[in-house]
Design a protein around this ligand. Structure first.
Ligand SMILES: *Cc1c(COP(=O)(O)O)cnc(C)c1O
Length: 373
């Protein structure tokens, strides 16, 4: 029986077991072992970058980037993202300053980001939302004119290209998440990619409690290391990642075609980029239609996710009290449709029909006080 379609990109079982056995026999389970070093090399080569450090999560990769770049004060960022983009700033004592997103790309609007800069701003932190690269050229231009650093949250963007290079190869730093829900992953894990060697050396010390490779304490840090067992998962998946990316692209294109004319608005891709289609965000005409679709899909075993449903400017302890009307409108109406590995065309058609029904069935009109007897 073929395996049930999975939302998770599962590693080949036989190869993973062989690799895990090799790790166990080596006697080294963590502390920058051979599997971690091999995965760092293979990722750096694949992404076309020189300076890459694996970490224990994508959230930690963001925080290591902030520390390695010496950010201070405020960081201008998007509210339309996963909570850790901004909570990671607060957790290390930085203040997010939210600028709204573009309604079509769902990415940070560069003009609004520039308007949010204050004398306390040290960096711009943009997200490649759903794998669609941000307007990197505009953001880099603003940062260099205003003397700011740039950090990209590339959690969604493994396999996305910008101007012919990996979308993860831009800016002073990019953080990648290798969480199990991402296209390429190590179950839990992350990586930070840095433009320059000095920042990379600081990141390497930072994830190893401030100890250098000889074990000599040099500075303060944290335990942010990836284990050998986690790296083994990455080593198996990286061999198959081109096939997974290709399958994802074909599935997303097929679903786009099926959904045409069914009342949804889809993400507009950056014209300088090739997205990885790691998510399939669909914008419904209103929140009620979105919620109906989510419930109907769940009932059919198709787990769609209202992602992102909470604009971060509104989250206690994170938000700055500012308004972000575009993000707030998107958050109420967005649903990520499930793109399962191994899903059939019939499943996509079923999904498209459910969505169409949810859109077509109008929400009940509010009862008018005048019409009531
Ligand atoms: C997954 C994700 C992260 C965090 O990654 P973890 O590995 O779960 O810590 C950060 N930003 C975005 C946009 C994400 O989707």
């Amino acid at each position: 029986m073929p395996p049930a379609p999975a939302l998770i990109n599962l590693p080949d079982e036989a190869r993973l077991i062989r690799l895990l056995a090799r790790v166990l026999q080596s006697g080294q389970l963590s502390n920058n072992g051979p599997a971690v070093r091999e995965l760092e090399d293979r990722l750096a080569t694949r992404l076309g970058v020189e300076h890459l450090v694996l970490t224990s999560s994508g959230t930690l990769a963001l925080q290591v980037a902030y520390k390695a770049l010496g950010l201070t004060g405020e960081v201008v960022t998007t509210p339309f993202t996963w909570i850790t983009t901004a909570s990671s700033l607060r957790w290390v004592g930085l203040r997010p300053r939210f600028a709204d997103v573009d309604p079509d790309s769902f990415n940070l609007d560069p003009a609004k980001a520039e308007a949010a800069i204050t004398p306390a701003t040290s960096a711009i932190l943009a997200v490649h939302a759903y794998g669609n690269p941000a307007d990197i050229a505009a953001i880099e231009g603003i940062a260099s004119r205003r003397g700011l650093r740039t950090v990209y949250d590339g959690a969604h963007a493994f396999g996305s290209l910008y101007r012919g290079r990996s979308a993860l190869a831009w800016g002073d730093a990019t953080a990648l998440s290798l969480h199990a829900t991402k296209l390429f992953h190590t179950v839990e894990g992350g990586a930070v990619i840095l433009r320059d060697a000095e920042a990379c050396a600081r990141a390497r010390l930072a994830v190893n409690n401030g100890l250098d490779t000889a074990g000599v304490p040099r500075t303060t840090g944290i335990n942010g290391r990836l284990s050998e067992l986690h790296a083994a998962v990455g080593l198996v998946l990286i061999d198959d990642i081109d096939a997974a990316l290709r399958e994802r692209r074909l599935a997303a294109e097929a679903l786009r075609n099926r959904l045409a004319g069914r009342g949804l608005r889809l993400q507009q891709f950056n014209p300088d980029a090739v997205p990885n289609h790691s998510y399939f965000p669909a914008l419904f005409p209103d929140q009620a239609a979105r919620d109906r679709a989510a419930a109907a899909l769940a009932g059919e075993g198709l787990p769609a996710r209202a992602y992102f449903d909470t604009p971060l400017n509104r989250v206690p302890g994170i938000g700055d009290g500012s308004a972000a009307p575009v993000s707030e409108g998107l958050a109420q109406r967005m649903l990520c449709l499930p793109l399962r590995f191994g899903a059939s065309d019939a499943e996509r058609e079923r999904m498209a029909r459910i969505v169409e029904t949810a859109v077509a069935r109008r929400s009940p009109a509010p009862r008018s006080a005048l019409a009531d007897p």
